[in-house]
Design a protein around this ligand. Structure first.
Ligand SMILES: C[S@@+](CC[C@H](N)C(=O)[O-])C[C@H]1O[C@@H](n2cnc3c(N)ncnc32)[C@H](O)[C@@H]1O
Length: 260
């Protein structure tokens, strides 16, 4: 996996499989992951002088304990002793977003686990919809705890990665991932919608969830930068949602709403 680090480039303009803005608020560092070095070299030539660094990244294994219910790991072979015996989810570090390390994902994982614990006696009857699934980490976490899950992503590479992680975790028929656009395709009925997207996208999406609010769905929204949380809360409240939890990790917020 090669990583190209640069400053102040808009992700949308880059013809590359996956791009991620690190350390928002500080001097911007854009990390672009690509399995091949060629497109990065071409980009480096095109953007003479603006590229800071091009290097090969050796993924180091990470392990994340969400609670006594779940550990997320990139490589179960290196799992610390204390974490063994806890239900685990293995997520491959690849081109899609969502290893579990990012604050927005970690916050969601915490609330997904809480939600599943609440449905502890009947987890199999619980349906979860993971919008913008990336690696599939959030949906797969819910499935590991018993839910039936559908995950959507508009990026075909992400859907492939999510399916790969599904096979890796042998969660079989309980989960399906589809290439879908959350702004265009009809959102099916479900008990929990989890959406770790960008705040402007969440604002567009909220009115589309009206039938789900009436049906009693719980809504978990993440990917909200500090300063944006109030506009999400205001919009959701106007639409009739009741805020249940407001989680924060660094500059990131995760908000849980229920139908009033
Ligand atoms: C921040 S990542 C979240 C990944 C993972 N769910 C997690 O929590 O780590 C957002 C994902 O949403 C997807 N996405 C962006 N716009 C979308 C859209 N309009 N419809 C579906 N997926 C979209 C991106 O491709 C990306 O994989």
């Amino acid at each position: 996996m090669y990583v190209l680090e640069t400053r102040t480039l808009a992700t949308a303009k880059l013809p590359l499989p996956s791009a991620q803005l690190k350390r928002p608020g500080q001097p911007a560092v854009l990390q672009i992951y690509s399995p091949k070095i060629l497109p990065l070299r071409k980009l480096q030539t095109r953007l003479k002088g603006r590229i800071r660094k091009l290097h090969q990244r050796k993924p180091s294994p990470f392990h994340l304990r969400i609670s006594y219910d779940l550990v997320v790991t990139s490589d179960a072979r290196f799992l610390p002793k204390d974490f063994r015996g806890i239900p685990r989810l293995q997520i491959r570090a690849g081109p899609a977003f969502g290893t579990g390390e990012h604050a927005t994902t970690r916050l969601c994982l915490r609330y997904v686990v809480q939600f599943m614990r609440k449905h502890g006696s009947r987890p199999k009857s619980c349906r979860v919809l993971d919008l913008g699934c990336g690696t599939g980490v959030l949906g797969l976490a819910a499935a590991r705890l018993g839910a039936r899950v559908e995950g959507w992503d508009s990026d075909p590479v992400a859907v492939q990665e999510a399916e790969r992680n599904l096979r890796l975790n042998r969660l079989g028929k309980r989960v399906c991932f589809r290439q879908r656009d959350v702004l265009r395709d009809a959102v099916p009925g479900t008990d929990l919608i989890v959406a770790n997207l960008y705040d402007h996208l969440l604002l567009h999406l909220l009115p589309r969830f009206e039938p789900h609010r009436r049906a009693g769905t719980t809504l978990l929204l993440s990917g909200i930068l500090k300063g944006q949380e109030n506009s999400i809360i205001r919009t959701a409240t106007k639409l009739g949602w009741k805020m249940e939890h407001r989680g924060r990790l660094g500059r990131w917020f995760c908000l849980q709403f229920s139908a009033r």
